[in-house]
Design a protein around this ligand. Structure first.
Ligand SMILES: [Zn+2]
Length: 231
């Protein structure tokens, strides 16, 4: 009768759920690299928000989002990401976002290089899903019409402050970090090399001369008789 825990483990390993996981053992390096990038991005946005807040306090005036301001902000954040980037994944911004994008209709585009792994795609997809949810909160037919008419993106159109844009980005990266750290924790256990269960007592038995050649009582008795009787 097969041992039940072993059987269950075997069946789980075969289940489709095991194959459906976007991140596998081989992705652990990518995951660590992406966490470092996301943390660098969050830190950079945090510092930018601090600077913007100070500026707004000093000037006693708001700092509205404009595409020009966004580009400059993104350039500085990208610089911070590049410092820690291990070059494992393509982080070139697409549609002014990094590295996926969410348009004014709240459609998500993942602009990763075709060679990007399912694991990295999933991380970026979750980042963009955060933007999509934020986008859907304000989407109306009227606003879409305005965007189409004026060409304004949703932050411009809705009169966002630059700090609000930066906060949404921070949350996007925070979503990625939560996902990636969870995966790293899961893989740490799942990817440990399987330890062989060895029967050391059997090994000792096999190595011992006595174990290999049990004493033959008939031959032993005969030897003793030869010694005693001298033949
Ligand atoms: Zn983003």
């Amino acid at each position: 009768m097969p041992r039940l825990p072993a059987l269950v483990a075997f069946l789980l390993a075969l289940s489709p759920a095991a194959f459906a996981q976007p991140c596998q053992c081989i992705d652990q390096g990518d995951i660590k690299a992406r966490i470092a990038e996301a943390k660098a991005a969050m830190e950079a946005y945090g510092a930018e928000i601090q600077k913007m807040s100070e500026q707004m306090m000093r000037t006693q005036s708001p700092l509205p989002y404009t595409r020009e301001r966004r580009e400059k902000l993104q350039g500085r954040v990208q610089g911070a990401i590049n410092k820690v980037a291990a070059g494992r994944i393509q982080t070139a911004p697409t549609m002014g976002d990094n590295p996926g994008g969410t348009d004014n209709l709240c459609n998500v585009t993942i602009g990763l290089h075709p060679s990007a792994t399912a694991c990295m795609r999933e991380s970026v997809r979750r980042h963009e899903e955060h933007h999509r949810q934020e986008c859907l909160k304000t989407r109306t037919a009227g606003k879409i019409a305005t965007s189409v008419r004026t060409g304004a993106d949703r932050f411009e159109r809705d009169g966002f402050q630059l700090t609000q844009y930066a906060s949404e980005e921070m949350m996007g990266y925070s979503t990625e970090i939560s996902f990636l750290e969870g995966e790293l924790y899961r893989l740490k256990t799942a990817c440990q090399p399987k330890r062989e269960v060895r029967d050391y007592t059997a090994e000792l038995r096999n190595r011992s001369q006595q174990g290999q050649k049990p004493a033959d009582p008939v031959k032993g008795g005969l030897d003793t008789a030869r010694k005693l009787l001298g033949f």
